[in-house]
Design a protein around this ligand. Structure first.
Ligand code: SIN
Length: 320
């Protein structure tokens, strides 16, 4: 990383100073303490833990993740992990010893029921930690459970209950939306809740199907091969969702997630309105060394364009 990079990429998230706007996507490099420690020591500007449930879970049967990098197709991944995680108390214990001076920590909760979420929210509140709370409304991979983000009534109730239980700012991770009416309706619900301080767009594009031509078989086992899509396939959808919520939720910070593997992709997310940018599939494939690479590439683009901070171009997307 050049000496200029830290200065150029320094930013703030909800008034927290960060060295740079890059972080992991929840689920990648953040399921166990050794991975969380590696992220703390990495060049990431912030980090988030694996979306957890109240009790530990094994998740779905394997194979449940495949990289898609074959001939004639873009780089990406399909997964149906099914929320394998160590259980809320494990991540709470990590949060109690996290080095917050090194970088902010987001704790992601994905309770299987509203009550489970409220139990975890209460415990996190009682722990009085500087960790940032994210409620994941968008896991597409738990058999028999639909995504709360696609059920606006349930989403409204979740936000009402978490707001009144937590009484501090928190964020939500949303699924991708594909219809202007759905952007409008989701944003209108989010804007009812001033404690919703940030919105992460997007989770994987749910229930895609990847098939191996030779064996005529699905690439992953759970749910007859249906799983969440990440990587190059999802970048334009992620940018659309970042920009849609940036425009509609001016009081909230937006975290961009989806299709980031280079400084160019991170630049586009920030241009669309993201304050932080998460890396998922590419982090899994490349490891935490991806952070300094993407930072160097992002800084080089900024230098070439004459930008001296990420604040200068955030949300400044031009339209025709
Ligand atoms: C999973 O564990 O299945 C992925 C979690 C998510 O997409 O929210």
């Amino acid at each position: 990383m050049s000496n200029l990079t830290p200065h150029l990429l320094a930013t703030q998230f909800l008034e927290l100073p960060l060295n740079n706007p890059l972080m992991n996507a929840s689920g990648v490099w953040c399921s166990v303490a050794s991975q969380l420690e590696a992220l703390t020591e990495s060049a990431a500007g912030a980090m988030v833990s694996k979306s957890c449930t109240l009790q530990p879970r094994d998740g779905n049967p394997e194979p449940r993740y495949r990289v898609l990098d074959g001939e004639n197709q873009p780089f990406g991944s399909i997964n149906s992990m099914g929320l394998p995680n160590e259980g809320f108390n494990y991540y709470l214990r990590y949060a109690q010893r996290h080095d917050y001076e090194a970088k902010p920590l987001f704790i992601s909760l994905s309770g299987l029921t509203l009550d489970d979420n409220l139990t975890m929210v209460d415990a996190l509140k009682d722990a009085v930690l500087p960790a940032l709370l994210e409620i994941n409304l968008s896991c597409p991979n738990v058999p028999g459970k639909s995504q709360t983000g696609y059920d606006f009534e349930a989403m409204d109730m979740m936000l009402a209950e978490v707001s009144s239980g937590y009484q501090r700012g928190f964020g939500v991770k949303l699924p991708p939306y594909f219809d202007m009416a759905h952007f409008d309706e989701a944003a209108e619900i989010l804007n009812r809740y001033p404690l919703v301080a940030f919105v992460t767009c997007i989770n994987s594009i749910g229930n895609a199907l990847a098939i191996d031509l030779d064996s005529e078989t699905t690439l992953i086992k759970p749910k007859d091969g249906f799983g969440g899509l990440g990587g190059d396939f999802v970048l334009p959808t992620a940018l659309a969702n970042v920009n849609a919520f940036y425009r509609r939720c001016p009081e909230k910070a937006i975290i961009g997630c989806g299709g980031v593997k280079s400084g160019r992709d991170a630049f586009l997310h920030i241009l669309a309105g993201a304050t932080l940018v998460q890396i998922g599939t590419s982090l899994l494939e490349e490891g935490p060394g991806i952070f300094p690479r993407v930072q160097t590439e992002l800084a080089a683009i900024m230098v070439k364009k004459g930008y001296q901070s990420v604040d200068e171009f955030r949300g400044k997307l031009k339209t025709l």
